[in-house]
Design a protein around this ligand. Sequence first.
Ligand code: GLN
Length: 229
Amino acid sequence: ILSAGCTTNNSVKVGIESNFRPFTYTEAGEGKGFEVELWQAIAEKANLKYELIPMEYRELNEAVKSGKVDLAIAGMTINNARKEKFAFSDPYFQTGLVILTASDNEMIKTEDDLAGKVVATRLGSTAYTYTGDIKGIKEIRGFPSITEAYDQLKDKKVDAVVFDERNAHDFIQKSGDGKVKIVGEMLNKESYGVVSKKRNQYIGRVNLGIEAVVKDGTYAALYKKWFGS
Ligand code: GLN
């Protein structure tokens, strides 16, 4: 008997994101990144057959809600607002938001310096909400793709970007061309979790999988591979 959200071949549909390096991204249609490899290890421990479904960030929430995917692993920050609508696994990554600005910008060093400035970030992200709460920002430009926000900063069309630290770092290293820097400390603390519908049959097993990959050293090895220490 099939209930809504179940698949006939018993394989779990897992949504990933096409542009959130180095966690999840696609190259030639194939899912890559720390989270893709972490998920593979978790699924092995949890004995879950799965199929990865790459999609845009803005499609993820709806896909989880509608059952198009059973789970998503896509740098999803766990917070109370989201917990009202979704179920999250235990956290598997600690991080936070940072401010990026032009390499030659000496004015912006902290959150307070964003007053009167134009800031770009990703629509629907925790950074978008966070930035909306900073007092005195002149304008917030939200883009579906974070790459667009970074490119605006590179072209000096905005004064700053606020976004997830590791993704920002990856952009600066790979595509920043020396034009962009991260300033100051992390603005907050965020943790990523695997997300699912409130009523679901997977999160319990995913948590056991997370526990197992941490315990046997797989997590540490993957962390070292993708983040270097
Ligand atoms: N961590 C951020 C959030 O949850 C960004 C995630 C992402 O862009 N994939 O909104």
